[in-house]
Write a protein that binds this ligand. Structure first.
Ligand SMILES: [Ca+2]
Ligand SMILES: [Ca+2]
Ligand SMILES: [Ca+2]
Ligand SMILES: [Ca+2]
Ligand SMILES: [Zn+2]
Length: 650
């Protein structure tokens, strides 16, 4: 049978039977096989074939993949593979077409109605609808005319980018099936430090290959700086990295992809950690990534997060003699966390706020290492320990590096941020793992106390919430805008005031010499001396001020009985007042005897409504049993309200 199929590729002449099977030789053999065995590929007049991929086995056998068009139309399911032995002999074909194609290529359904049907198939937000392409759908083995419309947008179910090819029957106008072009392509990587790890890549065509770029998260890729740049600059353009077989790296620096595997894999783990553990979809919270530049400069023993060149990116040096890249997972997690910090609390990289910024990176870098959970070596609380075998920082006892502070002093603020971070790192370790001998090292406390850890997950939740909600650019360790206060508020939000976790946060800060200035001890370290909180729920109107004089104080009492001796150092008063302008009001607590505490002064600058606050006062010198009274006075005419409820926990 004669075959009219023309072949798109050139046919080179084979040098001889003994020739080494190169890809060129393999293609030539396949072409001859097609010409001599047209039936094997269900060839027909009007077919055209183009080589897609060529695979040569170690023994010289070859396998050439082809794609097919028919009368100029792409044939879905028309692809086939031609197999040849090492000597060029024909070893058969593989393919799904069951009969030669014979298709009338005039559609009875026009493009426009096919597009309407296609759009109706997309579940989610459509961003673009491509021009329908007339194709031959031969998925079931026989060809039929169809419209292929590419509908792009964001899928409702996955919340990811979707590029949906919708096939509509060109004869009946009915939907045939839809295929999403976006699929997670998972390659396999051998990094310098991480072996046999998955790498999320993007499949490219023309030429067919894989790029070290996340398939759906925008701008999330790893690229090669080609050893350009200096210790202080990594803003040179960066080349994308490719693999033809989606296998990456060889476990050493001899392959430029190896260090890239460490970084690309590390970013995936970091992203999955912050997303799953803390609900934060990456640096910006919207899934977008930033470029990661590997092979930065020459002998650069550093990695950094940088805004240079106006573009957020991370860069990783190749280390001493360009042979010890700074790409271990704790360092990768550390650098990406700098981005996260910039877009959450924006802790200034100076003084104690800079130390907290660095500590945040060490904390979540270490959490990334634990999240990856490698079998060898096991995750730890040392930073950069895999680069030269000698850690650069030790979270369990930061002073071990000879430079960092394990305990806060007035000098901490003046240290380099990589050393003032010690206080935060040590705090985190105590909170997570506790003091003394642990599986990760011995962690001392600065006051000789013993701290019981609450576990890594809870400790990380406390730190993340503090970072996300309470730290500001100039947060320091102690004091009013201190990390101690911020993490206590976080612990209160997550676990409750004076919960076990809250107390552990207090104890851990005490352990690094960041002492209480705002938070009273929780009390009840011994069995409770009083019954649980007493409440007065009766509404009491607060008389308005008159011209020139404040109103008569509204009074509400709670009788306390059944307590033993004095009240505690930290009694808590919950106050719930409904009022149209709370700045009008002062709130004073009177205890048994002549004791009193001003809980709140009137404040003309406070324009908000209602008071729903709690106060903690030191009542150690006061007998607990007796009458406790809340007095609320209005200092400004107009705007009124009432005491709705208050409670007392002694
Ligand atoms: Ca969590
Ligand atoms: Ca480590
Ligand atoms: Ca008033
Ligand atoms: Ca009430
Ligand atoms: Zn850093």
């Amino acid at each position: 049978m004669a075959i009219a199929a023309s072949v798109v590729v050139a046919i080179p002449v084979e040098a001889g039977a003994a020739a080494v099977t190169t890809e060129t030789v393999a293609v030539a053999r396949a072409q001859r096989s097609i010409a001599s065995h047209p039936k094997a590929i269900q060839g027909s007049a009007g077919d055209q074939y183009s080589v897609w991929r060529t695979i040569v086995d170690k023994d010289g056998s070859s396998h050439v993949r082809y794609r097919r068009t028919h009368r100029g139309l792409r044939v879905i399911g028309g692809d086939f593979v031609v197999h040849n032995g090492p000597d060029g002999s024909f070893k058969g074909t593989t393919g799904g077409l069951r009969t030669p194609l014979s298709v009338d290529i005039t559609p009875s359904v026009k493009a426009a109605p096919a597009t309407v049907t296609a759009q109706a198939q997309f579940r989610g937000r459509i961003e673009k609808v491509g021009a329908p392409e007339l194709v031959i759908d031969a998925k079931d083995g026989t060809g039929a005319l169809a419209w292929d419309t590419l509908v792009s947008g964001v899928s409702e179910s996955t919340k990811d980018i979707s590029r949906l090819h919708v096939l509509v029957d060109a004869a009946s106008g009915k939907h045939i099936r839809s295929i999403d072009e976006v699929k997670s392509v998972e390659g396999l990587g051998d990094g310098v430090y991480e072996r046999g790890v998955p790498v999320e890549t993007t499949q490219r065509s023309n030429p067919f290959r894989f790029e070290l770029r996340h398939p759906t998260r925008a701008n999330s890729y790893t690229c090669d700086l080609m050893n350009k740049g200096t210790e202080s600059s990594s803003s040179d353009p960066c080349s994308p990295m490719f693999s033809t077989n989606n296998l990456w790296g060889n476990g050493s620096q001899s392959d430029r992809n190896s260090a890239a595997v460490d970084v690309h894999f590390g970013e995936s783990v970091w992203h999955s950690y912050v997303k799953n553990a803390h609900g934060r979809d990456g640096i910006f919270g919207d899934g977008r990534g930033i470029p990661a530049k590997v092979h930065w400069g020459n002998n650069v023993v550093n990695a950094h997060y940088s805004l240079s060149g106006g573009e957020d990116h991370v860069a990783f040096g190749d280390g001493l003699s360009n042979s010890a890249p700074l790409t271990s997972i704790d360092i990768v997690g550390h650098e990406y966390t700098h981005g996260l910090t910039d877009y959450t609390a924006a802790l200034e990289y100076f003084d104690e706020s800079g130390g907290l910024n660095e500590a945040t990176s060490d904390i979540f870098g270490t959490m990334t290492e634990f999240h990856a959970n490698s079998a060898t070596p096991r995750p730890n609380y040392a930073i950069g320990d895999r680069i030269s075998g000698m850690p650069t920082r030790f979270m369990y006892d930061p002073a071990l590096d000879g430079k960092s502070d394990s305990c806060w002093t007035t000098g901490t603020a003046y240290k380099d941020v990589h050393y003032s971070s010690g206080v935060g790192n040590h705090f985190f370790f105590l909170l997570a793992e506790g003091s003394g001998k642990t599986a990760y090292g011995t962690s001392p406390t600065c006051d000789g106390s013993t701290v019981t850890g609450i576990g890594q997950g809870k400790a990380a939740d406390v730190w993340f919430r503090a970072l996300n909600v309470y730290f500001t650019s100039n947060t320091s360790y102690g004091g009013y805008n201190g990390a101690r206060n911020a993490t206590l508020r976080a612990a209160e939000d997550l676990y409750g005031y004076c919960s076990t976790e809250y107390r552990a946060v207090q104890a851990s800060w005490n352990g690094v010499a960041v002492v209480a200035t705002q938070d009273p001890p929780c009390g009840n370290e011994y069995p409770p001396k009083c019954p649980p909180a007493a409440v007065n729920d009766t509404n009491v109107a607060i008389p308005d001020a008159k011209t020139g004089s404040p109103g008569t104080p509204a009074k509400s009492e709670i009788q306390v009985s059944g307590c033993e001796g004095a009240a505690t150092q930290g009694i808590r008063i919950d106050v719930d007042i409904k009022h149209t302008l709370r700045g009008d009001l002062s709130v004073v607590l009177y205890g048994p005897g002549n004791s009193s505490w001003v809980l709140k002064n009137n404040d003309p600058t406070d324009g908000r409504a209602d008071i729903k606050l709690f106060f903690v006062v030191d009542a150690r010198t006061v007998t607990a049993n007796g009458t406790w009274r809340l007095e609320v006075q209005d200092f400004v005419r107009a705007d009124t309200g009432h005491i709705d409820r208050w409670a007392l926990s002694i």
